[in-house]
Design a protein around this ligand. Structure first.
Ligand code: CO
Length: 208
């Protein structure tokens, strides 16, 4: 990749934006008021804003390998705290994607060094849903289902946080589980039954 080209692209982009609206950057600099927190995978093919069709300022974004929300990950926890408590977003989305390399790696037994503890979080998802996953004899179906179940479990991790539980009590607030299908470009709503999950999760994780 020609890094200099990126700066040329940037100049062209500035020109494009100003052509449409001469106050574009002036307005952008006034502050942000996103209504959605998007937690997705770092995969270079899954570009959050582009696949959702949102403009700068509309979505608060957090990305890491395999769209994880580990309970002790200071980065993910800080992003959720900031987005929900201060930006007061009404939606938190965990968006996975089929053919996720992180999920694939967690399904294999290779020692990947520093990645091991990260991928172990996905292995935990496999363990929780082992029965359902092992019943799928087709490797590709199992891989896809683990992507979906991982999204579901990361949504549960979002709901475990005190700030999200407070938001549920105090205002209109929703957590969504989505999957991006790289093969078709489609964004799929997993329509996770959060009332059911909430009931189960709250029994154990309820925070005042
Ligand atoms: Co991925």
């Amino acid at each position: 990749m020609d890094i200099q080209q990126i700066f040329k692209n940037n100049q062209a982009w500035i020109k494009d934006k100003l052509n449409v609206d001469t106050h574009y950057f002036e307005n952008l600099s006034k502050g942000q008021n996103p209504d959605i927190l998007y937690i997705g995978c770092s995969d270079s093919r899954v570009s959050a804003e582009e696949l959702m069709g949102v403009a700068p300022g509309e979505a608060f974004i957090h990305r890491n390998i395999a769209n994880m929300v580990p309970n002790s990950d200071l980065s993910a926890m800080s992003v959720i705290e900031y987005a929900v408590k201060y930006l007061k977003v009404h939606h938190v989305v965990v968006c996975g994607h089929y053919y996720c390399g992180g999920v694939k790696a967690a399904m294999e037994s290779q020692d990947l060094g520093i990645l091991n503890p990260w991928l172990r979080n996905i292995r935990d998802v496999y363990r929780i849903h082992k029965e359902e996953l092992n019943a799928l004899t087709d490797e590709d179906s199992r891989y896809k289902r683990l992507v979906e179940l991982n999204v579901q479990e990361q949504c549960v991790n979002v709901i475990k946080t005190a700030v999200v539980q407070r938001a549920f009590r105090e205002r209109k607030f929703t957590v969504h589980g989505w999957v991006f299908d790289i093969h078709s470009g489609k964004l799929i709503d997993l329509k996770i039954d959060f009332n059911d999950i909430l009931e189960h999760v709250m029994e154990i994780y309820h925070l005042d």
